[in-house]
Design a protein around this ligand. Sequence first.
Ligand SMILES: NS(=O)(=O)c1ccc(S(=O)(=O)c2ccccc2)s1
Ligand SMILES: [Zn+2]
Length: 268
Amino acid sequence: SAAEWGYTKRNGPFTWAKNYPTAAGIRQSPVDIDTALATSDSSLESKPLRWKYVPQNTRTIVNSGHGWRVDVDSEGSELVGGPLEGTYKLQQFHCHWGSSSDKGSEHTVDGQSYAAELHLVHWNSSKYADCGEAADYPDGLTVLGVLLKVGAKNPELQKVIDLIPSISHRGEKTEVKEAIDPAKMLPKTLSYWTYLGSLTVPPCNESVTWILFKEPVEVSEEQLAAFRSLRCYKRGEECPCDEVDGLLISNYRPTLPLGTRELRECGS
Ligand SMILES: NS(=O)(=O)c1ccc(S(=O)(=O)c2ccccc2)s1
Ligand SMILES: [Zn+2]
């Protein structure tokens, strides 16, 4: 198949539009959050964001070749309120990071990068049958974004990190035995920015309502180093990417212009 997309010079973000024209669209993510542009919106304040997750429903963790991803059984989960119409269900969560902790988040805040960014991906179960269908509609998906900064070891994320050695190569997956509670990976204060954007990986569908929490959550340097130990190629195959021995040391997309999109905020 055509050279798979990735994050190296040869197949990275600036090449994606060749095979995925939507990547050159006007509603792309991530963006730089220019906090001076954000407008506070009473309608957001009047409908608090509410979520319910079922830790026992975290099923498997997989090395997608572009990072780790924990797939969840959507049943029993829900996300409502804030900018959202209807109910969204959790599909999966994953992370983006950089080769050193001075970069790695996808969204930036007033030009500042964070060490990593956690994404909890939800789909509109009020209107669509599943995540794949929802991805084709402008109100199909919602991603909760959590900025990660270097600090204390994150105990909930440690449950993911403990599984990384068993998914070291692309395509490997393993059962998540110890329940991981996505709610425990969210910040204490629920202030957020929200805008209309896209998936940050190909096919970059413009179907995501982004909700990015303002308060960063801590993760340790050792935990970030564990993320970078994932390999982008299959066991037994040679490394196609020109990353040093195919280590997934960086998997974040640089920011795209917000353009004429509205950036709203809720909470201080
Ligand atoms: N970084 S991100 O949160 O925007 C993101 C990347 C990939 C997904 S997805 O695998 O859920 C997915 C969902 C629907 C279609 C294709 C992929 S969501
Ligand atoms: Zn993501």
